[in-house]
Write a protein that binds this ligand. Structure first.
Ligand code: LMR
Length: 397
């Protein structure tokens, strides 16, 4: 049976990680996968996480099953973090959450849930979107269509095209939006564009699915959720998939959440039963560690304050490098306008250079970025930014 299989191409993002690890050039730079790195090029465990892990070790007295929805304390925290503690949907009991193995797990659970709710649903994603979105939804048996989003020429939103295309979406379909720090472009909707989207969702009757993998990496925890909160206050139902990989630095612990917002408390109960049955049929119950660590942090004022500080450090370092890229490129005599990088948010921006130039950066200079020219800005630091700018200047000549 196995001999019938055909090889599958390596994932474009994770494949880069492996290629980078094998490169022996001491000057190599990893701008591929979306993982935060500090000035030393290291992805350190956050201090608040270390403290919460010590608490967990001291407090934990059982390894019994955690249940299909995962850690209930974590689920409450994550709803408050995303929607805000006073959000009307939360106060009305219209939210229900299952903690999941990572943000990817949340998306897969959401996809299976959508399939149960409407087997004919089409899910609409931005062009471009995160490399894994399309294959993940197709693997769950959903039809996937794309809507215009990023204008590669102007580096702005294709607003007219986007809203014209979304005006054709049918009730019963799902439209995916990135809450903030759009992956891969870094281009976020303005609040006015969120309002316009919200009005359209109400008019057309489609269901929004918001993917929030970077809360706190854009402008701040509340600002990054402002669009989502507005949407949730206006529409009857939506799905939120969130992740603690980046903002808590818990990547390998695989901790995320799938939250459903429904029109009434009664529908919440029914939807929860379907959600839990989806979980049971895929992995039964999520791993506990990451959720309990996050719960310990958010239960404690002191650890929450430390987390806010560490999150701000990560966000500010990335934003500093957004400016530094533009300055260093100019210092190297690059005439092309890269100022759009400073207007974008989160870990990523497209450099907007050609496939040949990307390939030369990899083969001649050991600088790794995704084939779309997406760079993960946190891979830059004071030791490698000059080499990066000089190398880009050479391939742009
Ligand atoms: C990325 O886009 O680089 C991250 O979300 C990591 C991943 O799983 O692709």
């Amino acid at each position: 049976m196995f001999s019938q299989l055909q090889p599958v191409a390596t994932d474009p993002i994770l494949g880069l990680m492996a290629a980078y690890q094998q490169d022996t050039n001491p000057n190599k730079i990893d701008l591929g996968v979306g993982v935060y790195k500090d000035e030393q090029g290291h992805t350190a465990v956050l201090k608040c996480v270390k403290k919460a892990e010590a608490m967990r070790l001291a407090k934990e007295d059982s390894k019994t099953y955690i249940g299909m929805a995962g850690d209930l304390g974590f689920n409450q925290h994550i709803e408050k973090l995303a929607f805000g503690p006073e959000h009307p949907a939360l106060l009305a009991g219209r939210l229900t959450t299952a903690h999941t193995p990572g943000g990817t797990g949340a998306l897969r659970v959401a996809a299976e849930f959508i399939k149960r709710a409407n087997p004919d649903a089409t899910i609409w994603v931005t062009t471009p979107t995160w490399a894994n979105h399309i294959s993940l939804f197709q693997a769950a048996g959903l039809k996937v269509k794309e809507y215009s989003y990023y204008d590669y020429d102007t580096k702005e939103l294709l607003e007219a095209e986007m809203f014209a295309e979304l005006a054709e979406v049918q009730p019963g379909d799902v439209v995916l939006l990135h809450a903030c720090c759009h992956n891969p472009s870094g281009l976020d909707l303005t609040f006015a564009q969120w309002q316009r989207f919200t009005a359209l969702a109400k008019e057309r009757g489609f269901t929004p699915l918001v993917d929030m993998a970077y809360q706190g990496f854009g402008v701040g925890l509340d600002d990054d959720a402002a669009g989502l909160r507005h949407l949730a206050a206006e529409v009857d139902e939506m799905i939120l998939c969130s992740s603690c990989s980046k903002n808590f630095g818990l990547y390998r612990e695989r901790i995320g959440a799938c939250t459903l917002m429904t029109a009434t408390r009664a529908i919440t109960e029914t939807s929860r039963s379907v959600l839990l049955s989806v979980v049971r049929s895929i992995y039964s119950m999520p791993p506990a560690h990451g959720a309990i660590v996050v719960s310990h942090i958010l239960d404690s004022q002191e650890l929450t304050a430390l987390w806010h500080q560490e999150l701000a450090e990560m966000r500010n370092r990335i934003n500093d490098y957004r400016q530094l890229i533009v300055d260093k490129f100019a210092a190297e005599g690059i005439e092309q306008d890269f100022s759009f990088i400073t207007r974008q948010h989160g870990m990523f921006s497209f450099l907007g250079i050609s496939k040949e130039q990307i390939e030369r950066l990899k083969s001649e200079f050991s600088i790794y970025m995704v084939g779309s020219s997406r760079v993960s800005i946190a891979g830059l630091n004071h030791s490698n930014i000059d080499y990066f700018a000089q190398s880009v200047a050479k391939v742009l000549k």
